[in-house]
Design a protein around this ligand. Sequence first.
Ligand code: SAM
Length: 305
Amino acid sequence: MIREQTKPNIEFHTPVMVHEVLNYLVITNSVKKLDQEPMYIDATLGGGGHSKAILDIIKKGIVIGLDCDSDAIDYAKTRLSKYSNLHLYQMNYTELDKVAKEFPDYYLDGVLFDLGVSYYQISTPARGFTYNADGPLDMRFNQSMPQARALEIVRHSSLPELKKIFFEYGEERYANKIAQHIFNHRQQINTTLDLVRIICEKTPSHQQTKTLSRIFQALRIAVNHELENIKIGLERSIQLLVKGARIVVISYHSLEDRITKQTFRHYAQENIIKVLTKKPLRPTLAEITINPSARSALLRAAEKI
Ligand SMILES: C[S@@+](CC[C@H](N)C(=O)[O-])C[C@H]1O[C@@H](n2cnc3c(N)ncnc32)[C@H](O)[C@@H]1O
């Protein structure tokens, strides 16, 4: 068991369940291919906390860090500049097979997905993810992509589309009522706090925090096509792993976890992987005390057979 205290990296992100990730992902005594070295893909680099932990433990091989947010790449590039075996790419993890092909001398020994948003993204009002401060209704992970921002979704979706987004991606019980109210007042919505005001007008005060969190989550998922991406990313990773290699996924809500569970179950039934976590692992109480953002984390792991 690897035990090392994780220092909170307040400015960008504190990595979650680091010991559990390492224990499942990096099997230090396994030699899968004698003529090649291992490669690990951190599909959601963020502040590079998990990548750093992997780099510190592997004796040979490389780590590839992907993130579609250029702020994450820039931050990790500086923070982890001493590691010559780290390769960073601003890229959607659905394209991880293309990067893996650039390293034919290495075999894929492990892939990590730490889904959701980083602390930096959620706490930077200019990115539009937070309902606690005013900012543009953006919510794109990749700000250089011309995809619809949250503002365009709010302003240009039909009423049935808005209801579907809030109901399916937010699991929000007041989805219909809120969608209708937003639809009626959408010309007044420009910023995050405009949206907050409209949502709160139709939500009982004791429900407001939960509803705001669900509606913002729903818009974020819609803007970034998150659920489609998770399925593609997991499937491509499973195809690429060599026999005995591992995939680890940390989810933060039931929609992400359901896709992981169903994808793992499907490939296990096909005898392509073996699921290593019967039930998802949760962070320890000690970790949640140090880092309350870890409280909803659910970790699942599987091995290629
Ligand atoms: C929870 S953070 C990861 C934190 C990271 N493990 C650490 O230790 O700092 C999730 C990251 O995934 C990135 N992300 C989300 N969807 C992505 C995708 N489809 N492709 C690449 N990166 C993605 C986000 O931009 C964010 O930086």
